[in-house]
Design a protein around this ligand. Structure first.
Ligand code: DGY
Length: 427
């Protein structure tokens, strides 16, 4: 079973390879997605290190002049996906979307270096300035007042498109009468009950229209655009990535950059307090226009450990809270608290379990010595894949798989976690 599944995971990565970049899954997502590519590189590193680096290098072919690495890179027009390049009108080569996605890359690069040799060092060194420019873009353009709180201008920028976290910001958006008519394509291949609603899509398109009409003026989008929210996911993933980038800077002797990264980290550590919702006992999203908090704990709240954020008291509360949530489900970690009214066990980011989120949670918990909890979440992830295959996401109550199938990042996490090491479950 175990070696068959490993073969299948390898096959999925190979079959989703479009020549130097990988699609998350055929049809539903037919382009290169930013954080999907980072996890694809992690998966490839298990059997083809050159291909792992190519994945990251092709991702940076889409980097904008200001440092931003967009969330989708469109190398050709594909009728299976909406909204494609003609809607975004990025004016870049290659064409792309107009905002970013969680910056996992630096952490994956560190992993590649720590599991590799001199050639990995060489390739990491070549990528370093590009990653640095991207982090700099996040700190400058998504935190325009330098508060240490990195915002998102679109739910798609968080990668957690329809999480109830974003309901607060989306509900404030009025859909303009002149919003172009459009036809969704995602619901051709996935049950609409597992995807965002049409009211959410109208608002996604309204934000996109604002960006396109101001020609992706990022300062303007952050300051006066229709949506600007603080996402604990971006905050924690960037903080971890900054720490990993600092490690690389030290290794390569990049003194100035290291000093700059140190300042980013210092500011972000303070900024994390903005996300702490005392009433909810967790780090939560927050509307940066109104200050309003989202009120429930998500899988992403758990990335405080991954980021090395929070006081001892906050961490204890998070762990207790996590245990309560896990008591409610068969498989952890759900993307929304099952005790809350908004929980939907099959709908995308409103409840399902995601393998790559679990991967980051487990890394953080392990770093902090929370081994039992880490083991539960890792074991659940492997069981989900063994039961339901390499789906995009899983129902925390039944373990059924949903969304796209033959999914790149689910295969990648399986490859890393099922490797036979003395501490792994499969050994
Ligand atoms: C989608 O199309 O659902 C993607 O998540 C947007 O990035």
């Amino acid at each position: 079973m175990h070696s068959e599944l490993r073969d299948r995971a390898t096959q999925i990565l190979v079959q989703n390879d479009r020549g130097g970049y990988t699609v998350p899954t055929a049809r539903l997502y037919p382009y290169q997605w930013n954080w999907d590519s980072a996890f694809a590189a992690l998966g490839f590193s298990e059997f083809d290190r050159d291909r792992a680096w190519r994945e990251l290098e092709t991702l940076f072919e889409g980097q904008w002049a200001d440092g931003m690495v967009p969330h989708i890179i469109f190398r050709r027009d594909d009728p299976d996906y909406f909204p494609g390049p003609a809607i975004w009108q990025s004016g870049t080569t290659p064409p792309s979307s107009g905002h970013s996605q969680p910056p996992v890359v630096a952490s994956i690069v560190r992993h590649l270096m720590e599991t590799g040799g001199p050639e990995d060092q060489e390739r990491a060194k070549l990528l370093f300035p590009r990653i640095f420019a991207w982090h700099n873009w996040f700190h400058a353009k998504r935190d325009p007042d330098g508060k240490g709180v990195v915002g998102i201008v679109h739910p798609w920028e968080s990668g957690r498109d329809n999480c109830p976290d974003w309901d607060i910001g989306l509900n404030r958006i009025e859909v303009p009468a002149d919003l172009e008519r459009y036809e969704r394509r995602d619901t051709d291949s996935v049950d609409p009950a597992e995807r965002p609603t049409s009211s959410e899509y109208d608002r996604y398109l309204t934000i996109l229209k604002f960006g396109r009409e101001c020609q992706w003026d990022q300062e303007k989008i952050a300051r006066v655009g229709p949506f600007f929210m603080a996402d604990p996911g971006i905050q924690f993933i960037l903080l971890r990535a900054d720490r990993d980038l600092s490690h690389l800077a030290e290794l390569f002797g990049f003194v100035e950059q290291r000093e700059q990264i140190r300042r980013w980290i210092e500011r972000s550590v303070q900024g994390c307090e903005t996300y702490w919702n005392e009433a909810a006992g967790a780090y939560c999203a927050r509307d940066l226009r109104t200050g309003e908090f989202s009120n429930a704990m998500t899988n992403i709240s758990m990335l405080a450990f991954y980021a090395g954020a929070g006081s001892a008291t906050q961490r204890i509360r998070l762990i207790d809270h996590a245990r309560d949530i896990l008591d409610q489900c068969q498989y952890g970690f759900p993307s929304w608290d099952p005790r809350d009214d908004k929980f939907e066990s099959k709908r995308y980011w409103r409840g399902p379990v995601w393998a790559m989120a679990n991967y980051m949670i487990v890394q953080g918990l392990t770093d902090c010595g929370e081994f039992a909890l880490a083991e539960r979440i890792k074991t659940d992830t492997l069981k989900l894949i063994e039961k339901s295959g390499f789906c995009e996401y899983f129902d925390p109550m039944t373990g059924d798989g949903h969304g796209g199938t033959d999914f790149t990042w689910t295969a990648a996490i399986y490859l890393v976690w099922s490797r036979a090491t003395p501490s792994s479950r499969a050994a």
